[in-house]
Ligand binder design. Structure first.
Ligand code: PLP
Length: 451
């Protein structure tokens, strides 16, 4: 190929602008600036076409949990490509990578979450969930039990179904979403919306919005509630301790299925295998993707409890993707899970990396621009504020401070994302205390430059 890493950066950027439409990007603005070209990566560091080493405190898009450059993953992928690069699991066939991964996930998942329906991504998996919960109730003779309740500012994906489940207004505004039968209640974001209430009062109040909505629609019409144990793309919204127990109680009381979207929280991010365990909830279905393969191959899925799976398995569920259980992706995911267990990654997060990150963030929290610290395991946000005590927002409320800070991070060879005026941290799970110190140093410089 004539387009390689050896081309000058400006030439690569020009070609990128000429032909490549970037997701969630104003492409014309990017053309002015030129996209940063990432050429390789190792551990927690990216290298760009200018030779800069950039600390990736976002693990790509919250997914490269094992860090970059694990050669075993490539070897497994190559072996599987040579042995069986593809076969479907639709028409009375199966293959070893899909069998082994489903079994492994059933073993890892808590309780009676014993069945797996594979997809190519988190978005696809949430589309599966939407159809699965509706089919479940229809099979049980209650086709009208079909409405699904979600939260404002939730992120469940970009396909029409999953973006409808999500509560992102700018996404709904493009393309006429949400589709019918999906409803959004308030999010448990005490930082932004808690006002004078204590976090505990606010958590309860937000959970009870679910009961209000169920009563308004009629419990016989509500199939499921979906939520991320901790909202990720919404700004790392860690619910008050009162929130999830109340949601669980309400779902149980009204016979509403609970779907935990574990696409970010799953596979160690919060210090347990699943965010549901950190939050003490028992979902009927968990959405998985991202950390399932540490981002090395596109794969997602739904882990389904016995009760739901048994009903779905008794009918033909007219749903599936060409790449459901793709053998190469499944083999890569299996290798990822094997390495995670062999290297005790969950233990490392809980006992080494999370305490070090907490300490570093507490220090960053003293910066005059930082209003607080939200952290669970290796998932965190730092809200920027002009006034610490009142949790005040910047006048423009357009995320200008966050945007500026993100730019200063980049200039200091650090990737931190911003959601409005919140800086987001979600590094590879293998990060060491020494690397966290380097992160904190670069983050401090970026905050100083923003202030
Ligand atoms: N659910 C959650 C909680 C996510 O954070 C994401 C992606 O960021 C998705 C679903 C969608 O996953 P994908 O981008 O793989 O379709």
């Amino acid at each position: 190929p004539s387009i390689t890493n050896h081309l000058p950066t400006a030439e690569l950027q020009a070609l990128d602008s000429a032909h490549h439409m970037h997701p969630f990007t104003t492409n014309d603005e990017l053309t002015q600036k030129g996209a940063r070209v990432i050429t390789r990566a190792k551990g927690i560091y990216l290298t760009d076409s200018e030779g800069n080493e950039i600390l990736d405190a976002m693990a790509g898009l919250w997914c490269v949990n094992l860090g970059y450059g694990r050669e075993e993953m490539g070897q497994v992928a190559a072996r599987q490509m040579n042995e069986l690069p593809y076969y479907n699991t639709f028409f009375q066939t199966t293959h070893v990578p899909a069998i082994a991964l489903a079994k492994e996930l059933a073993d890892l998942a808590p309780g009676d979450l014993n069945y797996v329906f594979f997809a190519g991504s988190g978005s696809e998996a949430n589309d599966t969930n939407l159809r699965m919960v509706r089919t479940y109730w229809a099979q049980k003779g209650k086709p009208e039990k079909s409405h699904v309740i979600s939260r404002k500012n939730a992120y469940h994906g970009s396909s029409v179904g999953s973006a409808s489940l999500g509560g992102m207004t700018p996404m709904h505004e493009q393309g006429g979403l949400p589709i019918p039968g999906i409803h959004h209640i308030g999010q448990p974001d005490w930082w932004a919306e808690g006002g004078d209430q204590s976090p505990e009062e606010f958590g309860l109040a937000r959970a009870r919005e679910l009961e209000d909505k169920i009563l308004e629609l009629g419990a016989d019409n509500v199939a499921a509630f979906i939520g991320e144990p901790i909202q990720g793309a919404g700004g790392v919204v860690i619910p008050p301790s009162t929130y999830w127990p109340e949601i669980q109680r309400i779902c149980d009381k009204h016979d509403v299925l609970l779907i935990a979207d574990e696409v970010i929280c799953g596979f160690g991010r919060t210090g347990n295998w699943f965010g549901s365990q950190t939050m003490g909830i028992k979902p009927h279905i968990m959405t998985i993707a991202k950390g399932l393969s540490s981002g090395y191959a596109p794969i997602g899925g739904s882990i389904v409890c016995d009760e739901v799976a048994e009903v779905i398995n008794a009918c033909e569920f007219n749903h599936g993707y060409t790449y459901s259980g793709h053998p190469v992706c499944a083999a890569v995911a299996l290798e990822n899970l094997r390495i995670m267990q062999e290297e005790n990654i969950i233990d490392h997060v809980q006992n080494v990396a999370a305490p070090a990150l907490q300490e570093a963030l507490n220090k960053l929290g003293e910066h005059p621009l930082v209003g607080g610290v939200n952290v669970s395991g290796l998932m965190a946000s730092l809200p920027l504020t002009p006034h610490k005590e009142s949790r005040a927002k910047f006048a423009s409320d357009a995320g200008t401070a966050g945007y500026l800070c993100r730019e200063h991070c980049f200039a200091n060879n650090l990737v931190m994302r911003h959601v409005g005026d919140r800086m987001i941290i979600s590094p590879p799970l293998i990060i060491t205390p020494e690397e966290i110190a380097i992160f904190a140093d670069r983050a401090t410089r970026a905050l100083d430059a923003t202030y």
